[in-house]
Design a binder for this molecule. Sequence first.
Ligand SMILES: Cc1cc2nc3c(=O)[nH]c(=O)nc-3n(C[C@H](O)[C@H](O)[C@H](O)COP(=O)(O)O)c2cc1C
Length: 139
Amino acid sequence: MPLVQLIYVSSACKELSDDELDRILESSIRHNAQQGITGVLLYLNGNFMQVIEGEEAAIDETYSRIRDDERHKGLFVLARDVIPERDFPGWSMGFRRLTKRDVEHHPAFAPFLLGGFDAATIGARPGAVTEMLRQFSRV
Ligand SMILES: Cc1cc2nc3c(=O)[nH]c(=O)nc-3n(C[C@H](O)[C@H](O)[C@H](O)COP(=O)(O)O)c2cc1C
């Protein structure tokens, strides 16, 4: 069974509180640990960017559940690739709520961040996405 990595962006249907984000994270970690899925979720100004990686069947099943979730909309898949190994082996689901300070500290990523993880900007530099997720998942 191939190992697949899927990266998407989406927008929250409303600005989410820390409690609401905690609930999303709690169920993500619970399901992902059971299904051997790892990854990172970033949240900034009402926008999400998430990478999930795992066996193909588990990724497809999980992504279809995420896609049907009414807490976000406008899902756009940036990449879905077979990978030789995981980029985030240690995380059932790492999470960072990014702030203005993160943007200031990473000027190279500012165009993606300030555009609300804008898919067109990001699509032009797909490698920058994993680099960005990797940087921000270092806690
Ligand atoms: C932005 C976002 C990211 C999510 N990521 C995951 C995930 O990585 N894994 C997962 O199982 N569910 C994820 N979910 C939650 C699912 O959409 C769904 O609500 C959850 O799996 C339902 O499980 P529960 O009813 O057992 O809590 C995510 C939801 C949102 C809005």
